[in-house]
Design a protein around this ligand. Structure first.
Ligand SMILES: [Zn+2]
Length: 338
């Protein structure tokens, strides 16, 4: 096993609990009932391997350097083969799912969903996913609105964190009875541009995950649960308890947020309920019936998905290693708590 949870943090935690118990016992018994400590206080964090935010950052940068990962372009094809190679290099069994998908404007998209499996024969499995394509438009920008964006946060960040999670598992070890599946969905971000009169907006996103959920590449595929990462790299990210996740998989939201809290990351993993967001997890829940949550930056009252969202400013400048570290630590901890 690699580095474990810092002993200092455990000590601090015990000290806080002692103070809580002490202050409770000082209250007059007839006035205040003995407080039961919240369940998250009892969470014992198991050792997990180290997550290297520099490495995750480099994986994001590498994707961005290919150029925008828009279906039907050579940049997209090149990035797909790199992702496939990376998954294999970290010991994953790779399943490539190619699909011809139709965009809102009738355009045929040659899409590819890329899956990597660790311990492919284990019956207990956890699904981790992100979209790897980038938006063909900058429809929230004031200039060059019909040109594709880098999608450093929107797309590459989730993939970068998951590649680093996989690398960490590969360098360390994981329970052979726990299967981990990483899926990179294509054509999430080919949705109808703002202001376009064509097609139906709500239905034009998440084409790759919709196809994958309808055509699961593994027979009787039934992971315990799924975690989707989307826009997980911006500084001071705010991850609310997203509405669709709470509707379909409240127990998974609870599990992940408790772990984040025990790691001291309540400033990122917020306790309030967020809006319902149409993202790849919606179709995993609704079509494939896999209880899946979305860890997604959404800061109500402060540019929702970020000021840079769907603009040319969604480039490497917005990627913050501290946020990558937090998300990577939480995801790894979730796996090693199982
Ligand atoms: Zn997007």
């Amino acid at each position: 096993m690699g580095s474990s949870i810092s002993f200092k943090r455990l000590l601090m935690f015990s000290a806080v609990m002692l103070v809580l118990i002490a202050s409770c016992s000082e209250e007059p018994k007839e006035k205040t009932p003995i407080q039961t400590l919240p369940p998250e206080s009892k969470l014992t964090l198991k050792p997990r391997p180290a997550f290297d935010a520099d490495s995750a950052y480099a994986f994001i940068e590498k994707q961005v350097r290919f150029g925008p990962r828009v279906p039907n372009t050579k940049e997209h094809t090149r990035c797909a083969s790199w992702l496939e190679k990376k998954l294999k290099s970290y010991g994953a069994t790779v399943i490539i799912q190619k699909a011809q998908l139709t965009a809102y404007n009738g355009q045929e998209l040659s899409a590819v969903n890329i899956m990597g499996q660790i311990n492919p024969n284990a019956s207990k499995r956890i699904l981790l996913c992100a979209h790897w394509d980038s938006r063909p438009y900058a429809d929230r920008d004031s200039k060059e609105r019909m040109k594709p964006i880098d999608g450093a946060n929107d797309g590459a960040s989730g993939v970068g964190v998951l590649l680093e999670v996989l690398r960490a598992i590969h360098l360390d070890s994981i329970d052979p009875d726990l299967g981990v599946d990483i899926v990179f969905f294509d054509a999430e971000d080919y949705g109808k541009p703002e202001g376009s009169m064509l097609g139906n907006s709500g239905d034009s996103w998440c084409l790759g995950s919709k196809y994958w959920a309808k055509n699961l590449p593994i027979k009787d595929y039934k992971p315990e649960f799924g975690i989707l990462l989307d826009m997980v790299g911006a500084a001071d990210a705010v991850f609310p308890k997203e509405g669709v996740s709470l509707y379909y998989a409240p127990q998974i939201v609870d599990k992940v947020w408790k772990i984040a809290g025990a790691l001291g990351h309540e400033n990122y993993f917020r306790s309030f309920k967020g809006n319902e967001i149409t993202d790849d997890h919606r179709y995993l829940n609704e079509i494939a019936k896999i209880p899946t949550i979305d860890i997604i930056h959404y800061d109500m009252g402060r540019f929702d998905f970020g000021e840079f969202h769907h603009t040319h400013a969604d480039n490497m400048d917005v990627i913050d290693k501290s946020t990558l570290q937090v998300v990577g630590d939480v995801v790894l901890q979730v796996l090693y708590q199982e």
